[in-house]
Ligand binder design. Structure first.
Ligand code: GLV
Ligand code: MN
Ligand code: MN
Length: 420
């Protein structure tokens, strides 16, 4: 059995994919990655990874939501496969690691097995799922959610971006509207290696994290409508200013967190505010804003969401505007399989890697797959407080290799297990 992945090859492969969709980030002067789902850059990234999969001997299929699977035969073709992967789409201001480490790491596992001429009992499948970020079409884990039946395919196809372009048309335009059914076959297990995207592991001087699960996530899109007016002549008491209402909602998010009524783990963010017409001396008539709230306990998140919605109505009434909200993403907290967590911890210990349990603050395809089969994740620490969704995102070659070596151990252990 192969005992190590090739760290230099993994780094080179992360660098190569990171060059696709690279852009100069004006704010930092750094090179970032912009591969929004189903954009031309995503199409190029996908073709690159598919070529890499084929070069590693994998048989590639694309399903009807554009999820891509590369299969490596096992000694027992009828046995349920072990799948490993993640996503290669990105937010508009990404680094090179988010998602890509899981996909290219899984591919590196295959390459290491190829080098060692090892065939596992079960087939292995390297996967990347569509629009994990939700950064373009508004809902996260889209491809994996369709694959496990949480989101119906037709609903996913009809989602549109801010320019009105639909998922289906955009998938077709990049040549990834596949014909394989979206339903996943029965799997023995699913594994994902991912950067932590936060500061905890690095601060605790850990080499890897054993991910126990993912916290609950809720997204709202707010459309707040009022009345445009001249900024200099319109008395404040005669205004219906949706910008003021949006600002009050944003402050309310902080107040909800600070109140402590939802414990100390509620996270709340307003990531988008678009003012229309968006002019310095015009009171806006419309604001589109987003809210992202998260908590490790779904029941607590539900209470926070209900309270938030009551406040929306109050703020709208007080500001004399209308406020409608739409829930664009909602996932409960998920616990990963004990068995997979134990294997991740066992591998880390055997390799002399310092490890600790950690709950994921970010959403991941693995939380969808966890509804389908035993699933788990290994986290890799990040430098600079684990900053992510940002060009500064960085994990060292050693940090990445540690995580992917654990992935190798766990995937191969699971792939040797007896049973269907
Ligand atoms: C995905 O990156 C998310 O957690 O928003
Ligand atoms: Mn990710
Ligand atoms: Mn991300």
């Amino acid at each position: 059995m192969s005992t190590h992945i090739n760290s230099e090859r993994l780094t080179a492969s992360l660098d190569a994919l990171g060059r696709i969709g690279a852009y100069l980030d004006e704010a930092s002067g750094l090179t970032g990655v912009r591969r929004l789902a189903f954009s031309a850059e995503d199409g190029e990234g996908r073709r690159h990874v598919v070529a890499e999969m084929k070069a590693a001997g994998l048989e590639v299929t694309v399903d009807r939501i554009g999820n891509v699977f590369g299969r490596r035969a096992g000694r027992e073709p009828g046995a349920r496969p072990v799948m490993a992967g993640s996503h290669i789409d990105s937010v508009a201001t990404a680094g090179r690691f988010d998602g890509c480490l899981g996909v290219l790491g899984a591919l590196e596992v295959v390459k290491a097995l190829n080098d060692a001429k090892v065939t596992t009992r079960r087939p292995l499948v390297v996967a990347f799922f569509s629009e994990e970020e939700g950064a373009r079409f508004g809902t996260d884990m889209l491809g994996s959610a369709v694959a496990v039946g949480r989101i119906p395919l037709e609903r996913a196809y009809a989602l549109s971006d801010r320019d009105g372009k639909t998922v289906r048309a955009e998938l077709e335009s990049i040549g990834f509207l596949g014909d394989a059914p979206t339903e996943l076959p029965k799997l023995h297990a699913y594994l994902e290696c991912h950067v932590e995207q936060g500061p905890l592991l690095r601060a605790a001087n850990m080499d890897v994290g054993v991910v126990t699960g993912v916290q609950a996530i809720c997204w709202h899109e707010l459309v707040i409508s009022g009345r445009s007016a001249h900024a200099g002549t319109t008395p404040m008491n005669l205004r219906a200013d949706p910008g003021m209402a949006a600002s009050r909602v944003q402050l309310l998010l902080r107040d909800l967190v600070r109140s402590g009524r939802f414990g100390d783990q509620l996270r709340a963010t307003m990531g988008v505010t678009q003012f229309f017409p968006g002019l310095v001396n015009v009171v806006p008539n419309r604001v589109v804003a987003t809210v992202d709230i998260r908590h490790p306990d779904d029941a607590v998140l539900r209470l926070a969401e209900a309270e938030l919605v009551e406040h929306y109505a109050r703020i709208a009434a007080e500001e004399k505007v209308t406020l409608t909200h739409r829930q664009t993403a909602r996932t409960p907290d998920i616990s990963f399989a004990q068995k997979v967590r134990a294997l991740v911890a066992k591998s880390a210990s055997a390799r002399g890697l310092k490890h600790q349990d950690i709950v994921s603050g970010a959403g991941h395809d693995c939380q969808e797959l966890a509804k389908h089969c035993p699933a788990g994740m290994v986290f890799v620490p990040g430098e600079y407080d684990g900053i992510s969704h940002n060009p500064r995102e960085f994990s060292t070659p050693k940090q990445c290799a540690d995580g992917v070596n654990v992935l190798l151990d766990v995937v191969t252990a699971l792939a040797e297990e007896e049973g269907p």
